[in-house]
Ligand binder design. Structure first.
Ligand code: MF3
Ligand code: CO
Length: 253
């Protein structure tokens, strides 16, 4: 599939879809504290997405049963919300969520602390978030895609963390997953040349230990094989001639 370059009107809809998603995140973040179940977070996500006139893009995607992925500690991504899963002090939880607005997709993820967490987990979260910002320094017209991947790897590797390789970022538009794939680990080829109007979901997934993951019996939950904690940070961005526009983040979270 060719990489889509959005028109002015499409860019406006991508912006709107992602601004609406940012508000969904605000509402979900308010819920995060010890004692809350991940089911309650999904319930709120569904309600907020509906209030934004959005459609949940994760729900029923390849059979995924919720509007948000809730991934705690050693769960890297695709944790399934459950009434039986209760947040506790010291956990870190990644929320990955998206919505469709007037046919256009948004996609973002953040990792949150539940109460007081260890300095090690805090550092993992901070490095994961910063790696996104290091990567997008190269997300400009004229640069090549894999400069983003290599910048993420250059920043993360000195910390000794694992960079998850089985899952990657992606183009996004009228589909949640469009070409190109955006890896977060070192690439040999330079990848496609970036052009204004491309929209990409950049999403480093980083573990405190080994980079390898396995999928649990539910067919979704991706955990680190060494059960070390992991963090995830994602935004949908727009390539411009200059600095990229971070569509799903208009202010400091
Ligand atoms: N947000 C994920 C991504 O970044 C997709 C979630 S998979 C789903 O690609 F099944 F939960 F939708
Ligand atoms: Co994504």
């Amino acid at each position: 599939m060719a990489v889509s370059v959005k028109t002015k009107r499409e860019i406006e809809l991508m912006r709107e879809a992602n601004h609406r998603l940012e508000k969904v995140f605000d509402g979900m973040a308010e819920l995060i504290r010890p004692g809350v179940s991940t089911f309650e977070i999904d319930k709120r996500a569904r309600r907020l997405i509906a209030e934004m006139d959005g459609i949940p893009n994760f729900l029923n995607y390849a059979g995924y049963p919720a509007a948000v992925c809730t991934s705690i500690n050693e769960v890297v991504v695709h944790g399934i919300p459950s009434k039986k899963e209760i947040l506790k002090e010291g956990d870190i939880i990644s929320l990955d969520c998206g919505l469709i607005y007037k046919g256009y997709h948004s996609d973002a993820a953040r990792t949150y602390a539940v109460g007081k967490i260890s300095p090690e987990k805090q550092k993992l979260m901070d490095v994961t978030r910063q790696s996104f910002f290091e990567g997008i320094k190269y997300a400009k017209a004229g640069h090549h895609l894999h400069e983003i991947s290599n910048a993420i790897a250059d920043y993360v590797e000195p910390f000794g963390y694992g960079i998850i390789q089985q899952m990657v970022g992606h183009g996004i538009g009228t589909e949640m997953h469009e070409d190109p794939e955006v890896p977060n680990f070192r690439q040999k080829k330079r990848g496609i040349r970036l052009v204004p109007g491309m929209t990409l979901a950049i999403e480093p997934m980083i573990s405190m230990g080994d980079w390898e993951i396995e999928i649990l019996e539910d067919g979704w939950t991706a955990v680190t094989i060494d059960r070390s904690p992991a963090a995830h940070y994602e935004n949908t961005i727009l390539i411009t001639e200059g600095e990229p526009e971070i569509l799903s983040l208009t202010r400091e979270p």
